[in-house]
Design a protein around this ligand. Structure first.
Ligand SMILES: NC(=O)c1ccc[n+]([C@@H]2O[C@H](COP(=O)([O-])OP(=O)(O)OC[C@H]3O[C@@H](n4cnc5c(N)ncnc54)[C@H](O)[C@@H]3O)[C@@H](O)[C@H]2O)c1
Length: 467
């Protein structure tokens, strides 16, 4: 058989069989297997794409200029997608949402209880952003609507911004650039340092902190981190046992913790005093993690040599709105201090992050609408089952959202008992629970009857059958 160069997987010969071919120039494991065993035909079980048994075409509404890649990915599923660059008011949504099975929003559109109650067909909400405060999550779960977001797609963007801040603070170049714009030539090297060989202290070694660790080492920095859990360090980084140990050894301290009661003002007067004289603080995490009046005092006294702050306890609600003392009483003082870099919460704001958010949320919506998987939902138990394969004809997937109370599984399993339940998984979160079950050999005539039987159970919130 003649094979194109560098093609790894050829079109499947049948739904359940894939022919694997390899580049003649690059011996791979397939080459070696082929030489040893002769045939390299591999039997791969292809997943079957499921569809709702109602057979109604799904309609999606995407607002707030969600990335074109996400729109395309959802249209490629064969769904009707209405797409708008604008947000919608509550009244507009109440008028229009009744026809849609899913909605995609960013931070400006609010999905309130009123909107959810006007949405009888709504199956899922996709927040194409990090936060989900704009959605009434409690009501969404009570009406059986999972909400998906993309909390970690911008980790790399934040880590890169922090590296730029490390250099900018160390070389005071924000200050120099500001002076140039004001007509002042002020060339100097005093108090300006290379970052090579300096110590970066990372507080919170999660998605962002660990990315940053790798970047900082490639700049020749020594990396220490502190976290409430023990984490395997990347590269040469070292976990230290206490925040105090980290603060006292670091030339740069960067915060990457969530906003929790424990992290409220975690950097205040005592912690600033524990930092090295002439060191720098960066906060790209959450505004309430740093006690800013205490930070101002430390900067004024010359104990800290500078800071970079991207997040604030109170932030303006829209672009163009003032950032002044009416919002945070110390704003003008902070703005007047030298070697202080203030940015408008842009840590995660890059084109790449937007694209990845689009991809991730579109994939989560697709997995839920097509396969019932709630992996990644913020207000739902996370439930998934391995795929029904293309050769498993007559298999039906039952997706049953119900009130979390005793006796439900008994009733549902009674309804399923005439069939062979191939796999089943159920989990709960607060007041709601979600069960998925794959059953075999269901005749087309039985499908609606089965669905109605489960829907009639008293704790039913939503029952969908996919086949
Ligand atoms: N500036 C921006 O635009 C921007 C963008 C994305 C995320 N963020 C914020 O950055 C922060 C970190 O995000 P992430 O994605 O890395 O989160 P993450 O959940 O992946 O990591 C957080 C880490 O902090 C640790 N932690 C929790 N409490 C701690 C404590 N008291 N002391 C030390 N460590 C503690 C956790 O164990 C975890 O390892 C979050 O607050 C997030 O909201 C900001």
């Amino acid at each position: 058989m003649s094979q194109p160069k560098n093609v790894v997987v050829a079109a499947p010969a049948s739904p359940s069989t894939a022919m694997v071919s390899v580049s003649p120039s690059a011996p791979t494991i397939h080459d070696r297997m082929s030489r040893r065993g002769g045939s390299i035909q591999m039997h791969i079980r292809q997943p079957k794409v499921l569809h709702p048994v109602e057979n109604e075409d799904l309609k999606l509404l995407l607002l707030e200029n969600i990335s074109p890649d996400a729109v395309k990915a959802l249209r490629d599923q064969g769904w009707h997608v209405d797409h708008s660059t604008k947000a919608m008011s509550e009244d507009e949504l109440v008028e229009k949402i009744h026809q849609y099975h899913a909605i995609g929003i960013r931070s400006k559109t609010r999905i309130t209880e009123r909107v959810l109650k006007a949405a009888p067909k709504l199956l899922a909400v996709g927040c194409f952003c990090i936060g989900t405060n704009q959605v009434d999550l409690t009501t969404a779960s009570k009406v059986g609507v999972p909400v998906f977001n993309s909390p970690f797609s911008n980790s790399r963007s934040v880590a890169e911004l922090v590296m730029s801040e490390v250099v900018a603070l160390s070389r005071q170049y924000f200050q120099r650039a500001w002076e140039m714009r004001n007509g002042i030539w002020n060339k100097q090297s005093k108090g300006c340092w290379e970052v090579r060989g300096k110590t970066l202290g990372i507080v919170g070694y999660g998605h962002i902190g660990s990315q940053l660790s790798v970047l900082a080492e490639s700049f020749g920095m020594r990396v220490l981190f502190h976290d409430v859990i023990n984490i395997m360090p990347l590269g040469q980084a070292r976990q230290v046992e206490s925040l105090e140990a980290l603060l006292s050894q670091s030339d740069f301290v960067t915060l990457h913790v969530p906003e929790l009661p424990d992290t409220f003002n975690m950097i205040s007067t005592p912690q600033l005093a524990q930092m090295k004289r002439g060191s720098y603080l960066m906060n790209n995490a959450r505004g309430k993690v740093v006690d800013i009046p205490a930070l101002i005092e430390s900067l004024k006294s010359g104990h800290l040599a500078g800071c970079a702050i991207d997040v604030f306890p109170s932030e303006p609600s829209a672009n163009g709105a003032p950032f002044d003392n009416s919002l945070n009483s110390w704003a003008s003082t902070l703005c007047s201090l030298p070697n202080v870099i203030l940015t408008p919460h842009i840590g995660g704001s890059t084109e790449e992050a937007q694209r990845m958010i689009g991809e991730e949320v579109a994939a989560s919506l697709t997995r839920y609408l097509n396969f019932g998987s709630t992996i990644g939902a913020v207000n739902f138990p996370e439930v998934d089952l391995r795929a029904i394969t293309a050769d498993q004809r007559g298999n039906v997937r039952v997706c049953h959202v119900h009130v979390n109370q005793p006796g439900v599984l008994k009733l549902v399993n009674e309804a399923l008992s005439p069939y062979n339940v191939e796999k089943q998984f159920s989990d709960s979160k607060g007041e709601i629970a979600y069960l998925m079950a794959d059953i075999a050999d269901v005749s087309p005539n039985d499908i609606n009857k089965l669905k109605e039987t489960i829907k009639q159970t008293k704790s039913n919130i939503l029952t969908r059958l996919l086949a």
